[in-house]
Design a protein around this ligand. Sequence first.
Ligand code: CO8
Length: 259
Amino acid sequence: MTPEFLIIHQQAQPHVAHIALNRPKELNALNLQLMTELRDALRALDEDEQVRVIVLSGNEKAFAAGADIRQMAGRTAMDMYNVDQFSTWDAIKKIKKPLIAAVSGFALGGGCELAMLCDMIVASETAKFGQPEIKIGVMPGAGGTQRLTRAVGKALAMEMVLTGKFITADEAWKAGLINRVVPVELYLEEAFRLAAEIAQLSPLAVKMAKESVLRAFDSTLDEGLHFERKNFYLLFASEDQKEGMQAFLEKRAPVFTGK
Ligand code: CO8
């Protein structure tokens, strides 16, 4: 079924897919339907052999201004429990291919959390990041207190979560939340440039490297090192390892096939 709130380009560039959130009137507020469509689109692209990297964007004014407040406002705790909206987030966390968030304008609440669920963030100078849930009587619920704190440290995370203040792209970059800041007319181009750089590498190595970096957040150092080593060994079962090392020795560019 064609999604209502997403624009999807399966090959925006060779091996790079692009999903744009498309609920502009509501600043891409993340309602349940949008999140379900996003989960389904990401799963399909994750299984698509032609796709190696996925860029996720909003539009110039907003990446996403958070969960849909209108949809949540009247809900009871039991409604929230039964709706289980975080199952879509859990599914997105399992996507194996690299996700690059291209952020312009507002990335607030669930929008900031969605950007942080991606593996890298490229932002335009106009981007604003924030967890303003505290101002509407709640708190972050999709990873804001955890991923933000891991990314920027306790001091700034506490301030953002407890006061709801926004930070600029430049502040986010200095705090280590995002990878780079570029002029607004270049933010998508820069995200695609980064995606293309990764898309020419071995997709197997890239997926296992992503999985291993993410493991650093969920394990002790020893467990993480063990996990890394297993993936390192496993890559020697791939044709891409043979090709990559042979190409180096023959002083030519490798051709990776993902096998
Ligand atoms: N939900 C629903 N509608 C929204 C949202 C939102 N989060 N944000 C903006 N809109 C709507 C507005 O209601 C408005 O609609 P209408 O024209 O029909 O009145 C339209 O988008 C444009 O918004 P504004 O007129 O307010 O635009 P401004 O440029 O004046 O202000 C702001 C932009 C500052 C972004 C402002 O809209 C704002 O503060 N938005 C709310 C930000 C916020 O509080 N986000 C956190 C929401 S809670 C949350 O994210 C919990 C996450 C955990 C669960 C995640 C599950 C998905």
